[in-house]
Design a protein around this ligand. Structure first.
Ligand SMILES: Nc1ncnc2c1ncn2[C@@H]1O[C@H](COP(=O)(O)OP(=O)(O)OP(=O)(O)O)[C@@H](O)[C@H]1O
Length: 614
């Protein structure tokens, strides 16, 4: 027998250590000295007033933004984020977007398509798979946003008001997905303004203070005393046995007769009604109870997904111990009250027991339990692809985004128009190649500018949660470079084909092959420096679209004209060679140009995590 392999290390605890965040270099602190430990498998509910910094905290946890102070450690690699509002401006059909995001998250292509279809189906929008996102309703778009986060079984799922705009069935599907992720040991962090959302799940509730100077507090909810007290619903014989409840009914009190009932419905109206019920005098039955008693909830009504048919949720408050007959149904109890899950057939007996107790219990809510959503069979497991394939998937996504947005058209037309003005058929080859290479520099900066701005901010947040904000930015920069490279190669080929193979004197022969190679090398120098200019003169390093346009134009001009710049050296080499017919390969300028591009891209990628993509 070989040696027993060591057990895998336990998953790390997500830890925020003295984390602070402010926007801009001198902006006010939104969060300060936030310290928080979140063990794996936690459900974390983030609360706080509007503007207190909940979304800011969620973005830090999801790794979309980096803290200004302190650090976040222990974040799992498989992190997913759902923004509050998802942009319809993405130029994809729903299925295509999800397939891209699945691949970016490390799913093999077939699994990405399969899981995209699975989640579209679970959210009831399979019929919209091929509909462009900008033709979808707001709620349907939000379902796509939620689906992208669930594609690859995230170990950390961050939901910023993700339920907003979802219909009842989709809310239940998301509830079920959250429960499933937590049960699987993943951490789910959520902001939701509905206090009843997953209220029966034990959660770490974190309250963000109104001012950054306040102290972030956390507590476990429901309170430990309200943590589930029974693993499964009570046996049916207890529920249907009125004898167990009969002795506690006081003489003279009328108890509603057992009656047939209606199928579980949307819990929301019942929830809305429960405060009124809570205000009813002790011992009174709230409207839902009366409704129930009046026979609107059918016993044995089919409830999908494993919830016992017709299970009823009853909440009550009262002094002293709960009546013996109701205890088997208690899922939570505390000084504040009692929560019971009771099979419909036995709920009237339980109500009798509560109302007949001495002193009587005050029934504050009676409602059908939220219908669990019947999940279709889970898609088959998959094996994560290698990092290199994920990088390629990111590039494919960005390239598709650029292609479908048609924003490449302006740089292409600009390049074509200026080439048409400066390059004519039969002109000396080397001079024309120099002109084409020089023109490529501002065009590359323009293309990079287009690419860093083509993914809407909320969609970028989803991408950044998958690969990190720096890599998401690197993907956009690289796509700009590659798109400009295609333009440059095409432009060089056209110039080589259309120009005359001679020097400026129109008689000294110039070898076409070496001259074209020299033209391609000069174009590469321009390409790299154009990328550097585009990375440095656009958001996040130069915020504001108007300013950045001006700075991009000035930057590109300066890099071309400043003496000693690698671009100038490469172009000058071609132009002076054209006078004598000698071909000079601009190898020397390639090194500094590559260094400048790498440094500028590194700066841009680092800045995007601190300053955001815009
Ligand atoms: N990108 C940004 N640039 C500058 N300031 C920002 C940015 N994002 C958020 N803020 C500021 O940070 C503060 C907290 O905003 P945040 O969105 O985190 O609050 P919130 O608690 O989620 O609010 P709400 O409940 O309304 O969604 C606000 O004052 C907001 O103006």
């Amino acid at each position: 027998m070989g040696p027993v392999p060591p057990p895998p290390p336990p998953p790390a605890c997500l830890r925020l250590d003295a984390v602070g965040r402010r926007y801009g270099l001198r902006g006010p602190w939104v969060l300060r000295s936030v310290t928080l430990d979140v063990p794996p498998g936690s459900l974390v509910r983030v609360e706080g007033a509007n503007g207190s910094g909940k979304s800011t905290l969620l973005r830090l946890i999801a790794g979309i933004d980096r803290p200004t102070a302190g650090r976040v450690t222990g974040r799992p690699a498989a992190t997913a984020y759902v923004p509050e509002r998802f942009p319809a401006a993405l130029p994809f059909p729903a299925l295509r977007y999800l397939t891209h995001l699945g691949a970016v998250r490390g799913l093999p292509a077939a699994a990405a398509r399969e899981r995209a279809g699975y989640w579209l189906d679970r959210f009831g929008i399979a019929g919209y798979a091929r509909t462009p996102l900008d033709e979808l309703s707001k709620g349907t778009c939000q379902k796509v946003a939620v689906a992208q986060a669930l594609l690859a079984d995230p170990q950390l799922l961050v939901l910023d008001e993700a339920w907003t705009g979802l219909d009842t069935a989709a809310r239940a599907t998301l509830d079920a997905a959250v429960r499933a992720r937590v049960a699987a040991g993943a951490t789910v962090v959520l902001v939701d303004h509905d206090p009843a959302r997953l209220a029966d799940e034990q959660a770490l509730t974190v309250t963000v203070p109104t001012t950054a100077e306040g102290v972030l507090t956390s507590r476990t909810t429901p309170t430990p005393a309200m943590v589930p007290t029974r693993p499964a619903p009570a046996p049916a014989h207890r529920a249907s046995d009125p004898a167990g409840a009969a002795p506690v009914v006081p003489p003279g009190r009328t108890v509603p007769a057992p009656v047939p009932a209606r199928a579980p419905a949307d819990p929301a109206p019942a929830r809305a009604a429960s405060p009124a019920a809570a205000a009813a005098p002790a011992g009174d039955v709230p409207p839902q109870a009366a409704d129930h008693a009046a026979g609107s909830v059918p016993p044995g009504a089919a409830a999908p997904g494993g919830v016992p048919p017709g299970e009823i949720l009853i909440e009550a408050t009262g002094a002293g111990e709960p009546p013996e007959a109701v205890r088997p149904y208690a899922v939570a109890s505390s000084a504040a009250g009692l929560r019971l899950h009771v099979p419909a057939a036995g709920s009237d007996a339980v109500l009798r027991a509560l109302l007949g107790a001495v002193p009587p219990w005050h029934v504050t809510a009676v409602r059908p339990r939220a219908p669990a959503v019947a999940a279709p069979p889970a898609p088959p497991p998959y094996t994560q692809v290698r990092t290199r394939r994920r990088a390629l998937a990111l590039l494919r996504y960005q390239a598709d985004l650029l292609a479908r947005s048609h924003r490449w058209l302006a740089p292409l037309l600009g390049y074509g128009a200026v080439m048409a003005v400066g390059v004519a058929t039969g002109q000396p080859l080397l001079g024309s190649l120099g002109y084409a290479a020089a023109l490529l520099l501002p065009v590359t900066a323009w293309m990079v500018r287009v690419c860093v701005g083509s993914e809407p901010a909320a969609a970028r947040a989803c991408t950044a949660s998958a690969v990190g904000p720096g890599r998401a930015q690197a993907g956009a920069l690289m796509t700009g470079l590659l798109a400009a490279a295609v333009l440059g190669a095409a432009g060089t080929a056209v110039v080589a084909a259309a120009s005359g193979a001679y020097a400026d004197d129109m008689s000294t022969a110039v070898p076409v092959g070496p001259a074209t190679l020299a033209g391609l090398l000069a174009a590469a120098v321009s390409l790299l420096l154009g990328t550097a200019v585009g990375a440095l003169t656009n958001p996040p390093l130069v915020p504001g679209r108007g300013w950045s346009l001006l700075v991009t134009a000035l930057g590109a001009g300066a890099v071309l004209l400043v003496s000693g710049s690698p671009a100038q050296a490469a172009v000058t080499g071609l132009v002076t060679g054209s006078r004598t017919g000698a071909v000079h390969y601009p190898l020397l300028p390639l090194g500094p140009a590559a260094l400048a591009a790498a440094a500028a891209c590194w700066l841009s990628c680092r800045a995007v995590a601190r300053l955001g993509p815009r």
